[in-house]
Design a protein around this ligand. Sequence first.
Ligand SMILES: *Cc1c(COP(=O)(O)O)cnc(C)c1O
Ligand code: SF4
Length: 368
Amino acid sequence: MITRTPAPLHTIAHEQRESPVSGASKQPPTARGDWRAQLRDCIRTPQALLEQLDLPATLLPGIRDGHALFSIRVPQAYASRIRTDDPNDPLLRQVLPLDAEMDVVDGYVNDPLEEADHSPLPGLIHKYTNRVLLMASGGCAINCRYCFRRHFPYEDHQPSREQWRDILDYLRADTRIHEVILSGGDPLVSTDKRLSWLVEALGEIPHLKRLRIHTRLPVVIPDRINDELLGWLGATRLQKIVVIHTNHANELDDDVAAAMSRLAAIGVTLLNQGVILRGINDTVATQTALAERLFECGVLPYYLHAFDPVQGAAHFTVSDTEACALMEALLEHLPGFLMPRLVREIPGRGSKTPLGSAASHVSVIASV
Ligand SMILES: *Cc1c(COP(=O)(O)O)cnc(C)c1O
Ligand code: SF4
């Protein structure tokens, strides 16, 4: 994930598909294999989403308001895994705006991570000593309603070629940095040409050991894991980690499993991070099914993020007490290596903070 504002994908032609789909085929004729076409032809309007999923138009007014705040964006590959005629489908709820998004809730802020304070250069966040986060793209293939970066000013963090050179100079100068994390938005929204240039340049910095890519694209458009990508990623001397972002087992169909196999075949270590979300994955059954399905796909659970208080998403909140109780119950259902770590990002810390630890309590109390 990581994770954003309704900034337009500047690399993508911007056309709205406002026309009703009545009578037309529900699957637009998107070329299979062409991920850029799939990115362009995604569902972008409340009407299109409801019609495709046979949902009642009575849901429309509330959805429109949420859409105006943070636009709907759902690739067809992802939409195809949503059950029709079920407003509570766990995948649908991740992309469908609700009235509740308009609620202004005390304590729910626009920049919960205070990331703006840790950006020495546009496009670079350096909060943890030996690893940095690069914003390699300003867009996402899907807009997740709970996104904790939905208010992040990505437009201000889109580095130009010149700024990329400054970032590379910064990385060269700080030999403590061992790992570069490509994030965004979603870094794989960028072109293979741009990414291959960047990754080649990173590979030439001697003290870098690892390249990590945080992305939801292999899940929402599995065709993104194409030959070009496997080419530049396979070529780097850096150790490679791809952290996908999945919250529910239904997101992982056979196409996603195949994409994971392609990455594993070039030596990529595969991890997943998710967010705990009320009504979507806040039960032992859903978390167990997710971990089991991830492992079938060759992916290990990494982080389960406690919910961040982002404005417009309060209705997804699972309390820390509930989340900790869930983790405790999960221990009986999963082998240790399939247990995600429940963490929270607390501003000012040098790492993520595991929930349930003394450190996390201090801060929770302090922030009340
Ligand atoms: C989460 C995060 C990282 C990576 O943390 P890990 O614990 O290594 O996964 C790095 N930089 C920033 C700013 C982050 O938010
Ligand atoms: S993929 Fe979803 S959760 Fe991740 S950055 Fe984009 S909108 Fe946020």
